[in-house]
Design a protein around this ligand. Structure first.
Ligand SMILES: *Cc1c(COP(=O)(O)O)cnc(C)c1O
Length: 376
C-alpha cells in the first residue's frame, strides 16, 4: 500500500493492517483459522473459496510490510518459500547472479535448481560494483544481499539498482537491514525478499517470508501470487498474526538493537582478545563510508574474529546472558561460530563469531561478553 506516502515507518507499522473502525468491534485483526470459506455460485468475484486463496490475517500483515518496503507484499510460509517463489519465475537454461557470500539456504537452493534446469550461476563479490554490473550483463536474475552474512560486506545498492533498472530482473534479500535501514525498491530493484522469521516476527517463535514488488508491478505480483497459491507455500494464519503483532514494534526494536550493536562494536574493537570486528558502523570498516551514505543505520549484526575455533567455542561457553543459537533479528541477543556449519564458506575464518544484538541493556550485554573474553 503506497497510499500513505507521508507517514513514517513507526506510524505505518502501528496503524496499517487494521479492520475498519466499527464501534464495539475489535481493534485488531484476528487470526482467521480457515481452510474453507462458505461458497458462492458466482466465482468470478474476489470471494475466497479455499485457504490457499487468501486470508485476511495475511493481508493485514502484507499491508504493513508492503508499506514499509514501499510496494506490494505477498507473505509466504518462510523466507526460503519466498526465495523459492522468486526462483520459480526463471526458466530452463537461465543465468543467475548470486553473491559469493550468500545466505547458505538460498545458495544451496539455487545450486540444486541450476543442476536440474541447466542454469548458469555467476557468483560475485557484492561489494565490487563493477563486478556485479559485469556479471549482470545478459543474466536473467541478479540476486543480491547486503550487508552480507556473516562477513558484513556492503554493496552499493543505489548505484547497482540505478544501473540495472529495466535491464535485468533484480532482487535484494533485505533480511539483515530491514526496510527500516534500506529500501531497495526505491533504489531501482524489482523485488525485495525477506525472512520475516527474523526482524519482522522479532521473537524467535515463528517462520515467515515475504516478497515485495514495486507498487505498479501488477504482472509480477500476479505471477508470484499464482506461484504461492499453486505451490501451497502459504503462511499459517497463526504465524501471520504473530508476525503482525511483532511488526508493530519492529521500528522500536530495530532502533534499540542498532544502537546496542554500535556500542558493542566499539567496545569489542578496543578489547585485546578480539582480532577484528566486522561492522559497517565502525569508522575503519571497509564498508563504513558506503553504508553511511546508503543506509539509515548500520544494523544489529556484527562479527568478531577470535584466534581460532577452540577460542571461539570457549568464548561462547563463557557467556551466560547471550544464547548460543543460529537465526537473528530477535529481541534476545544470540551468537554462533559460523564455521560450525559444514556448508559455511571457507573464506569465513574458523574463529569468526556472528552476533545478533538484541534489545537488552547494552551494559549487561557488554559485561557478559567482556568477562568471557577476559578469561580466554
Ligand atoms: C533466515 C534467512 C533466510 C531464510 O529464511 P527462513 O525464514 O529461515 O526460511 C533467507 N535469507 C537470509 C538473509 C536469512 O537470514
Amino acid at each position: 500500500m503506497s497510499s500513505h506516502p507521508d507517514l513514517r515507518p513507526e506510524t505505518l507499522a502501528v496503524s496499517l493492517g487494521r479492520p475498519a473502525r466499527t464501534p464495539g468491534a475489535p481493534l485488531n485483526v484476528s487470526p482467521v483459522l480457515a481452510s474453507t470459506y462458505v461458497g458462492a455460485h458466482d466465482t468470478s468475484g474476489p470471494d475466497l473459496g479455499y485457504g490457499r486463496d487468501g486470508n485476511v490475517t495475511w493481508t493485514a500483515l502484507e499491508d504493513v510490510v508492503g508499506a514499509l518496503e514501499g510496494g506490494r507484499c505477498l507473505t509466504f510460509a518462510s523466507g526460503m518459500a519466498a526465495a523459492s517463489a522468486v526462483l520459480e519465475l526463471l526458466g530452463p537454461g537461465d543465468t543467475v547472479v548470486l553473491p559469493s557470500s550468500c545466505y547458505l539456504g538460498v545458495a544451496a537452493l539455487v545450486r540444486s535448481r541450476a543442476e536440474k534446469y541447466g542454469w548458469t550461476v555467476r557468483t560475485v563479490d557484492v561489494a565490487d560494483t563493477d563486478a556485479v554490473l559485469a556479471a549482470a550483463d545478459g543474466a536473467d536474475l541478479v540476486w543480491l544481499e547486503s550487508p552480507t552474512n556473516p562477513l558484513m560486506e556492503v554493496a552499493d545498492l543505489p548505484a547497482i539498482g540505478a544501473a540495472l533498472r529495466g535491464r535485468v530482473r533484480t532482487v535484494v534479500d533485505n533480511t539483515f537491514a530491514t526496510a527500516l535501514l534500506q529500501r531497495p525498491l526505491e533504489q531501482g530493484f524489482d523485488l525485495v525478499v525477506e525472512s520475516g522469521t527474523k526482524f519482522v516476527g522479532g521473537h524467535s517463535d515463528l517462520l515467515l517470508g515475504a516478497v515485495t514488488v514495486r507498487p505498479d508491478a501488477d504482472a509480477l505480483y500476479a505471477d508470484l501470487a499464482a506461484v504461492r497459491h499453486d505451490s501451497g507455500a502459504v503462511p499459517g494464519p497463526m504465524e501471520a498474526w504473530l508476525a503482525l503483532r511483532g511488526v508493530r514494534t519492529m521500528p522500536l526494536r530495530v532502533r534499540a538493537a542498532v544502537a546496542n550493536a554500535g556500542t558493542l562494536a566499539a567496545r569489542l574493537a578496543d578489547h585485546p582478545g578480539v582480532a577484528r570486528v566486522r561492522y559497517p558502523g565502525l569508522p575503519d570498516d571497509p564498508g563504513h563510508e558506503r553504508a553511511a551514505a546508503t543506509m539509515d543505520g548500520f544494523g544489529s549484526l556484527l562479527s568478531i574474529d577470535l584466534a581460532d575455533a577452540r577460542t571461539a567455542e570457549r568464548f561462547i561457553d563463557g557467556c551466560v546472558l547471550w544464547t548460543h543459537a543460529t537465526s537473528l533479528g530477535s529481541v534476545e541477543s544470540t551468537f554462533e561460530r559460523r564455521r560450525r556449519w559444514s556448508g559455511e564458506l571457507d573464506v569465513v575464518p574458523e574463529g569468526l563469531v556472528r552476533l545478533s544484538v538484541g534489545v537488552e541493556h547494552v551494559d549487561d550485554l557488554w559485561h557478559d561478553l567482556e568477562q568471557s573474553l577476559d578469561q580466554l
